[in-house]
Write a protein of this length. Structure first.
Lengths: 419, 442
């Protein structure tokens, strides 16, 4: 041993430390590492330790073991997931009333958007759905869906009156256990939200419109900040890999803390663009709830601001076809969920895919190197899209002004309405 | 299976070494050969029979070195095989290129040529020849060792010191690859994601620097790992890089960069064509041939041919006119290398010629105006994120840093640093590939 130590200390140190870590990994496997997926055929046991470190879980925690759930947010999520999965139905579950009334067998309605459009084409359903979705107001889906351009003529959307509050769009079905396990983001809402949000008519504005705007988002928003002139006007709270769960949880990259910012500054517009990093984690339901919570929190903190929810930008066909998680069908499902949160009064929904995608609904291959992020040279188009989707129906503006500006943006006396 | 995978480092390699050193000496080379086939099979089972068949055919055809026409036929067959598969992979599907084929066929050609020239004296046995062609540390990406360097004719000496040194080289290479090259490549990816049209001029220069360093440490790191594993199995250290960035001319750079490939082209293409003895015109032709082939060998794009063409032209200019001057003016020579080599790497890196032009217009803004929005401060963020890596990379390009390591590698401080490098590399390997929840972030 002593000669080996003299002649080959490196060999001894490497084998010694590797053995030690392997022992620790085996001891910790059913202890602190128990929520980390491990299979001996996939990797050596000591990989567990490094995965753990990556999630701020250190080997010495074995000695202070139990309160796993408290100290480890990620694993807690994983632990919850099992219980959560167990609570999910095995088969797609549609609103009992709707399915029974229409006599559509559950398994036949596996494509929800199809099922939804089938349901909608029936006048009896329309009536029922209208009543349910609109919750007694005329400003909801019924009047708008008939002819979107007439939205301007419908009830004034002041949003201050609680009576005209737009009702919640209910999911048509829920995610099944199998879909959740396979990380499929299910389109549980169909097109109701997108249609309602799409009925709103946006105005064209100039860049000064962004002077009192805040942009919150992931790497796509980072791109917007770094490669467009918007950063000369608005504020940005963005970081690569930002998720809806992390917006109010600690600092956002180098941008700082969300709550601190909102306490110190008032905004008239808040743009929200997250959703791709959340794919593969949780169901559409979870995502929608977390997203709704963030929207509510923003509304609370900045009651005078309008909130513009941005659809998740799609990925290229090549990326989408080769990726079980980051693909356009999952993105579309989440977008339809995001859209349901728009009420066209305080909260709006805009979809940049209108200008970024080809006819098949994939991100233009030339627009991106990696199929996910816009090339710097196409961010100008993103900016132009945002400029074409200004909203002047800010809650702090009086009703008459709103009506004027919406119905005739070109002639309005808002300085921001110039093309 | 790659040298930087968890499977290789913690399973294949230790199990191999254990078996290798437990069995009696006379079986060790057989163990190495079997391990090599297993290793190749893990990488690409489909083409394992091709490797085995090429091995057997080349051995059989080289059995009688006096039958020169058989040796020449063998070389022709090897070349044909290489051309066929390269052609198929370009014309049909890139998956048709067998793993490591150009490296093992280059060794086979070298073997036949050495037999032809009478440079291999003893009559090689089948086990030694197959080991030379297939041994796992070298089968995928070299170094392209010569048969004579393997010292197959002598009884191998197994010393603890060699294992120790081999481990150190392996760790050094692993660190270069994982901690430097694989980090710096992210910078290069970021630039591609943003698009060359939208980067500032300082960013273009940083990108060029990062790409050059990334390429160097990726391949030097790999070569050190391969040589290290070879040493653990009782072979001599094979030098594949000799501080190329300290060179003072392009010709010198390529005598120090991927040395086993350079010397292969020298010995089996350039010299057989007549080298420099046959007059100026012939010298130019020979160099053009070598560098055109080198370009094609590296890839199928037009950019590789342009890359080889530029290097060939520079070498011709050096050989005919300015070479001696550069050696006499060291500072000028060094500056020339630091500028010219990275610029040629950009040609090497960018397959789309239009994009290549855009990159050069960003490097030298007087060549063209940026067409889109350019973030003039992008390089500041880049320096913040990658500054340390770039500095470490540049330091490691200096010969004295590496020489210092060589001199003090038994020093406890160095050994502990290597231990830290090893486990940090493992951390990065695991966090990149092991955990499905960390794999991609946008």
């Amino acid at each position: 041993m002593k000669t080996i130590l003299n002649k080959a200390p490196m060999l001894l140190l490497i084998t010694g430390s590797a053995l030690l870590l392997t022992i620790v990994a085996f001891v910790g496997k059913n202890n602190i590492y128990r929520e980390q997926p491990y299979h001996y055929s996939k990797m050596p046991a000591l990989a567990l330790i490094f995965q753990g470190v990556n999630e701020d879980r250190y080997p010495w925690m074995i000695f202070f073991a139990p309160p796993v759930e408290e100290t480890l947010p990620v694993s807690a999520l994983a632990a919850d997931e099992e219980a959560y999965l167990a609570s999910l139905p095995a088969e797609p579950e549609y609103d009992q009333d709707l399915t029974e009334e229409k006599n559509i067998p559950v398994n036949q309605a596996s494509d929800t958007s199809l099922a939804y459009s089938m349901l909608r084409s029936d006048p009896a359903f329309e009536e029922k759905a209208g009543a349910e979705i609109n919750g007694g107001t005329e400003a909801g889906i019924n009047s708008e869906a008939d002819d979107g351009t007439e939205a301007n003529d419908s009830e004034p959307m002041t949003g201050l009156d609680s009576v005209t509050e737009t009702a919640e769009i209910k999911p048509l079905r829920s995610t099944t256990k199998e879909e959740a396990q396979n990380h499929i983001s299910v389109d549980i809402y169909g097109t109701a939200g997108v249609e309602r949000a799409g009925a709103y008519e946006f105005a064209t504005v100039d860049e000064n419109y962004f002077n009192d705007a805040l942009f919150i988002g992931d790497s796509r928003t980072v791109g917007l900040r770094d490669y467009s002139s918007i950063s000369e006007h608005g504020d940005f709270m963005c970081a690569t890999a930002l998720t809806v769960h992390k917006i109010f949880d600690g600092d956002i990259g180098d941008s700082g803390n969300m709550e601190d910012l909102l306490q110190n500054k008032d905004y008239a517009k808040i743009y929200l663009s997250v959703g791709i990093n959340e794919l593969g984690r949780g169901t559409t339901e979870d995502f929608t709830e977390s997203y709704r919570a963030v929207v509510n929190k923003l509304r609370e903190a900045e009651p005078d601001a309008i909130i513009i929810l941005q659809a998740v930008m799609k990925v290229s066909k090549e990326k989408s076809d080769g990726d079980p998680i980051y693909n356009n069908s999952n993105i579309e499902a989440r977008n339809r969920a995001i859209a349901t949160l728009a009420d066209n009064q305080h909260v709006f929904y805009i979809d940049v895919n209108e200008v970024m995608c080809d006819e098949e609904g994939n991100l233009h291959a030339d627009y991106s190197h990696d199929g996910v992020h816009l090339l710097g040279s196409y961010i100008e188009e993103y900016k132009q899209f945002l400029l074409a989707h200004g909203t002047v129906a800010a809650p702090d503006v009086s009703v008459s002004e709103v009506t004027i500006s919406i119905s005739s943006p070109e002639t309005s006396n808002f300085t921001t309405s110039e093309k | 299976m790659s040298f930087t995978g968890m499977e290789f480092i913690f399973r294949f390699l230790p199990i191999f070494l254990l078996v290798f050193y437990i069995v009696p000496k006379r079986f060790r080379e057989t163990v190495l050969l079997l391990a090599s086939f297993i290793f190749y099979g893990f990488g690409e089972l489909t083409f394992l029979p091709l490797l085995m068949a090429a091995t057997v055919v080349n051995y059989l055809m080289g059995r009688n070195p006096r039958k020169k026409y058989v040796l020449v036929t063998a070389i022709a067959l090897d070349v044909l095989l290489l051309v066929t598969f390269k052609g198929l992979s370009i014309a049909v599907d890139s998956r048709l290129l067998p793993l490591g084929i150009s490296f093992y066929l280059f060794r086979m050609i070298s073997y036949q040529a050495d037999l032809l020239r009478g440079e291999i004296r003893e009559k090689p046995g089948f086990r030694d020849v197959s080991l030379y062609f297939c041994m796992f540390p070298q089968v995928l990406s070299g170094p392209i060792m010569r048969y004579g360097d393997g010292e197959f004719d002598y009884p191998r000496e197994y010393r603890l010191k060699n294992i120790e040194d081999g481990i150190k080289y392996f760790i050094l290479g692993l660190g270069m690859k994982i901690l430097l090259a694989d980090r710096l490549v992210i910078l290069w990816n970021d630039i591609q994601t943003v698009g060359f049209a939208s980067i500032s001029t300082p960013m273009a220069w940083l990108g060029m620097m990062a790409y050059s360093l990334q390429l160097y440490f990726d391949f030097w790191g790999y070569s050190l790992m391969a040589a290290g594993i070879g040493m653990m199995a009782g072979f001599e250290f094979i030098r594949n890089f000799d501080h190329p960035y300290a060179a003072r001319s392009v010709s010198e750079f390529y005598r120090r960069w991927h040395m086993t490939l350079g010397s292969w082209f020298r010995d089996y293409v350039y010299i057989p064509l007549g080298g420099r003895r046959a007059g100026r015109g012939r010298l130019v032709f020979n160099l053009a041939a070598v560098w055109l082939l080198t370009g094609i060998w590296h890839g199928s794009g037009l950019n590789y041919i342009i890359w080889g063409g530029i290097l060939g032209s520079l070498i011709v200019i050096e050989k005919l006119w300015i070479g001696k001057l550069l050696q006499r003016l060291p500072l000028i020579g060094n500056l020339y290398m630091i500028l010219v080599i990275p610029l040629t790497w950009i040609v090497f890196a960018i397959k789309d010629l239009g994009q290549l032009a855009v990159y050069f217009s960003r490097l030298f803004p007087f060549l063209g105006v940026a067409s889109s929005y350019v973030n003039q401060n992008d390089y500041l963020a880049c320096l913040q994120n990658y500054g340390i890596l770039l500095i470490v990379g540049i330091l490691l390009c200096l010969p004295w840093v590496y020489n210092y390591y060589q001199k003090h590698k038994r020093n406890a401080g160095i050994i502990l640093s290597l231990l830290a490098i090893f486990w940090s590399s493992i951390y990065f390997i695991v966090s990149q590939e092991g955990n499905p929840f960390v794999y991609l972030n946008f």
